[in-house]
Design a protein around this ligand. Structure first.
Ligand SMILES: C[S@@+](CC[C@H](N)C(=O)[O-])C[C@H]1O[C@@H](n2cnc3c(N)ncnc32)[C@H](O)[C@@H]1O
Length: 400
């Protein structure tokens, strides 16, 4: 058995207990359905017509459970195909789906390299997998070959700078523990790690904590058998190499270097150079999340808030609560990738935020507040720039 396959057979990752499904739903990017709609289907996907989904390298089931539960809640029919090489991970994913009483998932133990054998899919999730393949580009290509003509995909791969210190340690630990059983290798590597100097880049990297949580986390982060990070440029080249276009990096505002640059320099950068500059200057990005589709759909993929029939949804915060914070301070705080962010919004936008309930369209919110479309459009554009930019606002026809 291949080394990486063995690793996930012995140590499914991330570690999940199906009993926890009773108390929480793990949500995140990619594959939060409102985010999928926003970035791939113009915010107006016809979810009632049904959605065929491939979860490629589904592991212990986070992306799978998130999509199945949210689509079920919304009454949106779906068929999900789960593929993973690890039997043990599949059993955990199956138990999580069963614990929630969810239907419509077919489980297969197979490689995503065979994705096309399972059909063509409207949406493909591949989170944290491609960077572990012996030939990652073959994985990008295999996913493209299973994508329907009007479909899109959400990907996550590791990024180098936010994982500073990881790769020299993987090299060292793998060499020094060669031939040992995983438990012994973990024990030896933990002892070595404890003796490394405080100034070691890994010890200075506050963002990396998985190795503290569990043996599976330690193995995945510091003793991985095959793990290559991608810069944002390399990721986009890999997507394009598969014949697709990258339509969004998540959250989009994280890839804007303008806050760090003199205006004249910022304005001269092309889109890709700008994103790469943002990654290099931030230094904190540890994963890249991208949405991709066929080039002929790229222009139509992203929701445009000038279309007042769109329905806005907030992520992780309720409209009235956000409205209260903005009315009081004109700011909200969030942390992302080790950065503390203060997002400023005009106080007069608070009543619009209070109107977001996952059902009201932009025109209904404008009408409710008695605003003419012109004044509304200008104020909403500012809300959209900040909140959609940082992944807190999506447009979707899904009803929560
Ligand atoms: C880090 S886990 C990520 C799991 C899941 N996508 C998530 O985000 O929680 C990587 C998974 O990829 C699976 N994997 C690795 N190579 C694969 C391949 N060629 N085909 C399918 N699955 C693969 C592993 O078995 C493992 O479950």
């Amino acid at each position: 058995m291949d080394k990486v396959q063995r690793q996930y057979e012995d140590f499914p990752y991330p570690e999940r207990d199906p009993a926890d499904e009773k108390r929480r739903l793990v949500v995140g990017s990619p594959s939060y359905p409102f985010e999928i709609d926003h970035h791939l289907f113009g915010g107006k996907r016809d979810w009632k017509a049904g959605t065929s989904i491939l979860v490629a390298g589904g592991g212990t089931g986070d992306g799978l459970v998130q999509m199945a539960q949210i689509l079920t809640n919304a009454g949106a029919p779906y068929e999900i195909t789960y593929l993973d090489l690890s039997e043990k991970s599949r059993k955990i994913a199956e138990a999580r789906i069963a614990a929630r009483g969810l239907k419509g998932v077919r489980f297969h133990t197979d490689s995503l390299l065979n994705a096309a054998d399972y059909g063509k899919f409207d949406y493909i999730d591949c989170c944290g997998v491609l960077h572990h393949l012996p030939e990652p580009q073959a994985g990008f290509n295999a996913l493209a070959s299973a994508l329907a003509p009007k479909g899109g995909m959400g990907l996550m791969v590791y990024a180098p700078h936010g994982r500073s210190g990881v790769y020299p340690l993987q090299d060292a630990f793998n060499a020094l523990t060669d031939g040992m059983a995983p438990e012994e290798a973990i024990a030896v590597a933990r002892k070595i790690l404890a003796k490394l100097p405080e100034g070691h880049p890994f010890k200075c990297n506050q963002q990396l904590v998985d190795h503290e949580a569990s043996d599976a986390g330690f193995l995945d982060l510091l003793l991985h058998g095959r793990d290559r990070p991608y810069t944002v440029t390399q990721l986009q080249e890999a997507i394009e190499g598969a014949g697709l276009s990258c339509v969004a990096m998540i959250p989009p505002a994280q890839y804007d270097p303008a806050p760090f640059l003199p205006k004249d320099i910022a304005s001269e950068l092309g889109p890709r150079a700008a994103m790469q500059a943002a990654e290099n200057l931030r230094g904190t990005i540890k994963v890249h999340i991208a949405y991709a589709t066929w080039p002929d759909r790229a222009a139509a993929a992203l929701a445009r808030p000038k279309d007042l029939s769109l329905v806005p949804h907030l992520k992780g915060v309720a409209g009235p609560a956000l409205a209260k914070a903005i009315a009081a301070k004109g700011q909200v705080s969030m942390t992302l990738g080790g950065e503390s962010l203060r997002l400023s919004l005009p106080k007069k936008a608070a009543p619009l935020l209070a109107g977001i309930d996952g059902r009201a369209s932009l025109s209904a919110i404008a009408k409710l507040r008695g605003m003419d479309p012109f004044a509304f459009g200008a104020l909403w554009a500012e809300l959209d720039r900040v909140l959609a930019g940082w992944g807190l606002l999506h447009y979707s026809s899904l009803v929560p």
